[in-house]
Write a protein that binds this ligand. Structure first.
Ligand SMILES: [Zn+2]
Length: 467
């Protein structure tokens, strides 16, 4: 049964919406840019402000944790609902992407409201994300006097540099992360009208393909046709792993039929792709070939040539070249590993090389794990109910085409728990670029959804893991 005060709690959250936005705006003034040593002090300052605010909101044990060589992490908890109630961990991050060299129309660290959106670096990624939880939690405490379940908060200070120390924090402070389920708030909604539940990430694998044929460049008039041209051999070799549409033809996944069908509901039509991918007028999006665009960008591996040593214009000369190389980036499908892809590449690229060139394939350092998750069970039904009340719609399962190290890490360490990945971003947010913004209607719905989510989750039996 719903909490008797639930509608009053929701009302309270709505009434103080302007105050919540004001609090968010005050956080956004602090340029907590984690990739820039000049702003480490700002990350520390914001962590300390947030710690104080959490304490004031009624959280216990609000603390700024530190580790050698790491930026701080804020932790707080309220565990007064009792042992029969589950403990939910809520994750967000307070650090920001840099703004240097970007053409901002308004000052990046002075939030400006325009056409129903709040413009500032970090507005949606990820300050609005965890502030939406703070607003919901404080509304609960103000109206009901207590939370309906046990809550732990973790607010990281290094997400934008790839969470290099998050696992060390997990090892050093297991109690901070010990929970029955987790809500990780740093993800996107497919549109301001449709709430998203992120269930997959593509991984990243980079390899260098090198061909070698001659001890030095030689005259092409003398030896063209008898000595191999490594450049054309490289192109021909690469074409083995590319289909007629220009996509990688290796490691293609068979996705769950129900998911594949639902993927057509994701608002990713030609216009969205045209705008998002910056296509010129003469170019169409790649053909769908019976797979939804969302499936292509979230669930299938993709190849991009990052660089080559093919002769450049300023190296123009009539010569066969001694060597040629291409560095390839492969977005791994969710669930696919580097090892899987490496085996497929070796099979195609290391035998019968055009021109008989010597070939090597070397792993490059850049790398990220993929992640594939099955959101099943009563916690997700509870989340759907909460979102239906706040958004009028259930969560749409989406993926992320890029890689988010903290998600892969949580997935690897806590993949046996219900993991609810949500957030306040939408396709217009422009995270990591100029004029980042958050849709204020999305922010309000996120707060209300979080109010209901706590109530719904508190009523789900069996979420508490018996030790
Ligand atoms: Zn983020």
């Amino acid at each position: 049964m719903a909490h008797p005060e639930i509608e009053n709690i929701k009302k309270r959250a709505e009434e103080k919406f302007d105050a919540t936005v004001a609090q968010l705006v005050s956080y956004l003034k602090i340029p907590a840019i984690s990739c820039d040593t000049a702003h480490y002090g700002d990350v520390e300052k914001l962590a300390s402000v947030v710690r104080g605010d959490l304490e004031q909101a009624g959280f216990d044990n609000a603390r700024v944790l530190t580790l050698d060589g790491a930026l701080p992490l804020v932790a707080a908890e309220r565990l007064k609902a009792g042992p029969d109630k589950p403990t939910v961990l809520i994750y967000g991050h307070l650090d920001l992407q840099p703004v240097k060299g970007e053409p901002w129309e308004t000052p990046p660290h002075e939030a400006v409201e325009k056409n129903g959106r709040l413009y500032a670096r970090g507005s949606a990624d990820d300050m609005g994300g965890w502030v939406s939880h703070m607003a919901a939690l404080s509304s609960w405490l103000e109206v009901a006097g207590e939370l309906p379940l046990n809550v732990k908060l973790v607010i990281e200070g290094e997400e934008e540099i790839g969470s290099p120390n998050l696992e060390r924090y997990m090892d050093a402070h297991p109690d901070v992360f010990d929970a029955d389920l987790m809500v990780l708030t740093d993800c996107e909604n497919p549109s301001p009208e449709i709430p998203g539940l992120t269930v997959s990430l593509r991984g990243l694998y980079e390899v260098k393909l090198e061909l070698e044929a001659l001890t030095s460049d030689v005259h092409s008039g003398l030896w063209g046709n008898m000595g191999p041209d490594v450049s054309t051999s490289l192109i021909k070799l690469l074409s083995r792993i590319i289909d007629d549409d220009g996509r990688l033809n290796l490691g293609r996944q068979t996705v769950d039929a129900a998911w594949a069908k639902a993927a057509w509901d994701v608002p990713m039509g030609d216009d969205v792709i045209r705008t998002g991918a910056h296509l010129i007028d003469a170019v169409e999006p790649l053909p769908t070939r019976d797979r939804a665009p969302a499936e292509w960008v979230w669930r299938q591996p993709a190849l991009t040539v990052l660089s080559t040593t093919l002769p450049r214009e300023d190296q123009h000369k009539n010569a066969l070249r001694a060597k040629a190389a291409a560095t390839l980036s492969i977005r791994l499908a969710p669930g696919q590993t580097k090892k899987d892809m490496r085996a497929l590449l070796e099979e195609q690229l290391l035998t019968n090389v055009p021109g008989g060139c010597k070939v090597t394939l070397t792993d490059m350092p850049a790398s990220a794990e993929s992640w594939l998750y099955e959101p099943q069970g009563p916690a997700f039904d509870a989340a759907d109910r909460a979102y239906e009340k706040a958004w009028g719609k259930k969560l749409l399962q989406i993926g992320v085409g890029g890689s988010i190290p903290f998600v892969a890490l949580f997935g690897r360490r806590f993949g046996d728990l219900p993991l609810i990945l949500n957030g306040v971003m939408d396709p217009e947010t422009g995270a990591h670029g100029p004029n980042e913004s958050m849709h204020l209607g999305v922010f309000k719905k996120a707060i209300v959804a979080n109010v209901y989510l706590l109530d719904e989750l508190s009523q789900v039996p069996g979420l508490v893991r018996r030790k």
